[in-house]
Write a protein that binds this ligand. Structure first.
Ligand SMILES: *Cc1c(COP(=O)(O)O)cnc(C)c1O
Length: 459
């Protein structure tokens, strides 16, 4: 643990392998951005100096993970690596069944493909974008029931990922027969990387049980959520993070995970379930598209990296350093009058672009304007989570997203404290000239998940 929080944040690891940090000139970036249609997803990584686009699949692996990869058993069926992976997941979650997948969305597509029919509904605090897309792809509806405080970016509520239990109860009462599963996303990525309290997970579990609805957790960031429970929830401070994580899993009937987050691996995911009810249908579907159930679209070495990562991520000195970084970034940005979602989330800092660039109306995408400027001026890549991602135009009427956020997601164990300080200096410069930033116009959009490939033009 980092026991002296007033001292410099230190990385609780030594560096054994390095890679060069890319850098481009302002002029080069101007050209690159234009060619990319002002969409940072279309910019080549070799042109990005600080890549905060996502914390997904971007972790630096440990020597223990690389070591485990070397002893992987690449057998098609019954690999020893699968046995190790399965034991790790089953020990951690307490669930009996585990199906590996190549990443989180494959788990979503499999599960929803098996249990959803058109017209059905799936409640959660907030569904992540791929989760929502996979539910909608099955003709069902993804319902967000997060607490009202989550929509207020200044609220200091310690668990803004919580689901509204009263709303959940009446929703389940009304639609019980067409809810094949109920969910909770921990931490709540879409709502700002905010944690869900243990008390809220317990209450949601009770509601789902009352209406006989299977409870499935989206556990991409279960370790960060458990650490934030330890830090913020009364009565949890003396428990180990692992113990809190285990209780979290025990309250649900199963989970889906992208190992690219708290699995500390570059690829991989899984579905784990208490009961065998859906398992054989899932297995058949898995074989059809992902691969045999003992590798599920992964190389055995990926299963090894994931198995080691799932244990390492519960190291409390790692988690304390991890959460200290996002706190530090949020606090410093606020000092430069850059408002961020409060309190800081686990894996990321979310800038409130609507408040920061109040001169740019929502239909001109203030978040997109800010991510473009951050790249142009400083070589930083961030992700818009606002009206580009969630806004819609229906019958020629623009429907904005609830918030216009810009997410700086921090890859795990990748950047050092001096990198973060350098980024903050750049953000301070942007804050000084923010009035010069202009809005954006959509030039082209695909039919769904438009933020990945849409093209823009500056106004
Ligand atoms: C990343 C993520 C997913 C999807 O996982 P992928 O590995 O990117 O397919 C699902 N839910 C949440 C909360 C996520 O953060």
């Amino acid at each position: 643990m980092i026991e002296k929080p007033h001292r410099t944040i230190i990385e609780p690891f030594k560096i054994k392998m390095v890679e060069p940090l890319p850098s481009c000139t302002h002029n080069e970036r101007e050209k690159i951005l234009k060619e990319a249609g002002y969409n940072l997803f279309m910019v080549a990584a070799k042109h990005v100096t600080f890549d905060f686009l996502t914390d997904s699949g971007t972790s630096a692996m440990s020597s223990a993970q690389w070591g485990a990869m070397m002893i992987a058993d690449e057998s098609y069926a019954g690999s020893t690596s699968f046995e190790r992976f399965q034991k790790t997941v089953c020990d951690l979650t307490g669930y009996a069944h585990v199906l590996p997948t190549h990443q989180g969305r494959a788990a979503e597509r499999l599960l929803f493909g098996v249990i959803l029919k058109p017209g059905m509904k799936v409640p959660s605090n907030n569904h992540f974008d791929t989760t929502r897309a996979n539910i909608e792809q099955s003709g069902a509806e993804a319902i967000d029931l997060v607490i009202d405080e989550a929509k207020d970016s200044t609220s200091m509520h310690p668990f803004k990922g919580n689901i509204d239990i009263a709303k959940l109860d009446s929703f389940c009462a009304k639609y019980q027969d067409i809810i094949p599963c109920g969910m909770l996303t921990i931490t709540n990525n879409t709502g700002g990387g905010q944690p869900v309290s243990l008390e809220n997970i317990r209450s949601a579990a009770k509601v789902y049980k009352k209406y006989d609805i299977p409870f499935i957790l989206d556990v991409c960031r279960f370790a960060e959520n458990s650490y934030l429970i330890k830090m913020r929830e009364e009565g949890q401070e003396d428990r180990s993070v692992k113990d809190i994580a285990k209780e979290t899993f025990s309250l649900a009937d199963g989970c889906m995970m992208s190992g690219k987050k708290d699995g500390l691996s570059n690829i991989g995911g899984f579905i784990a379930l208490k009961s065998d009810k859906w398992v054989s249908a899932l297995r058949s579907s898995l074989i059809l598209t992902e691969g045999f159930p003992t590798y599920g679209g992964l190389a055995a070495r990926d299963l090894e990296a994931l198995a080691v990562g799932l244990k390492e991520v519960l190291d409390e000195s790692y988690l304390s350093y991890r959460i200290a970084t996002s706190n530090y970034m949020a606090t410093r940005l606020n000092k430069y009058d850059i408002p961020t979602m409060q309190p800081a989330g686990g894996h990321a800092v979310y800038i409130d672009a609507k408040a920061f660039l109040s001169h740019i109306p929502q239909h001109q995408f203030p978040g997109q304007s800010l991510v473009c400027e951050m790249f142009l001026a400083e070589g930083i890549r961030a992700c818009e989570i606002g009206s580009v991602m969630f806004g819609k135009t229906e019958n020629e009427t623009f429907k904005p997203a609830a918030m216009e956020l810009v997410r700086l997601a921090f890859p795990r164990r990748v950047y050092t404290q001096s990198h973060f300080d350098y980024v903050l200096e750049g953000m301070a410069e942007i804050a000084k000239k923010k009035k010069d930033l202009r809005g954006m116009r959509l030039a082209w959009e695909p039919p769904f998940l438009r933020h990945f490939t849409a093209r823009f033009e500056p106004m």
